[in-house]
Design a protein around this ligand. Sequence first.
Ligand code: GUN
Length: 293
Amino acid sequence: MIAKIIRGSEIAAQIQEELKERVKKLKERGVTPGLGVVLVGQDPASVSYVTAKAKAAAEIGIYEETINLPADVPEEEVLKTVDRLNRDPKFHGVLVQLPLLKHVSTEKVINYISPEKDVDAFHPVNVGKLLRGEPCPLPCTPHGVQELLIRSGYSPEGKHVVICGRSNIVGKPLAAILMQKKKGANATVTICHTGTKDLPSITRQADILVAAMGSPKAITADMVREGTVVIDVGVNRVEDPTAARGFRLVGDSDFETIKEKAAAITPVPGGVGPMTVIMLMMNTVEAAERVAG
Ligand code: GUN
């Protein structure tokens, strides 16, 4: 079997058009959705993510402001910045780009973001609501994975989804989303992690296999059953002297060999990445719609 390539960039472009319409309607009612982004330091990967978010916002008509604080900024100053954005009605969404430097507590900063403006959906209040199945913003990458599956014709309903990776940003919330008794979810979910014994015996049981362990090409073809749908959430920079930037991006799965076997697979880049950004835009538009009433 030769896999269908699920192009997240194309699905994200389709969602972008839908969001443009919603922003137009909000603007007719006098509301411009606003997104405040806090970036501490100049980590190259973080800068590139923040730049992608600003570009996507501009294309959709969302007002976006990035506040770049110096790397040595005291924690207190980060909290003050979040507080200012929380209070400013211009911003419907507030996010702090992660990872933060060691001297700033990620937990403290996330807890400081107003749950109503928490477009990353990392605040404990929103994490709790998600687990309980209550209405709440959904975290962008896992929500992007769900949308990608639904819109490419591989609804997770009734399927066995095996997730490799138990991070708070991807693995755990993705399991919480897909296990809900809801349309576009209702899956049987297994989470694998570093404590899992005989990982291949479990990944081979997947109808949908999600690679989200942050380890380049860790999922190999022998771990994938014929006809599985493979979603690769990994973004790993590997050195490549032939590349202009000196590195290239690879996923957590071995795309070239798995594509001979899987029913479908997402590429890296151009798969889940663009979905994360567009779901952030969706959360910002939804936060503005809630305020507009
Ligand atoms: N760093 C890696 N992924 C994310 C994300 O989804 N949101 C934020 N704020 N930082 C990240």
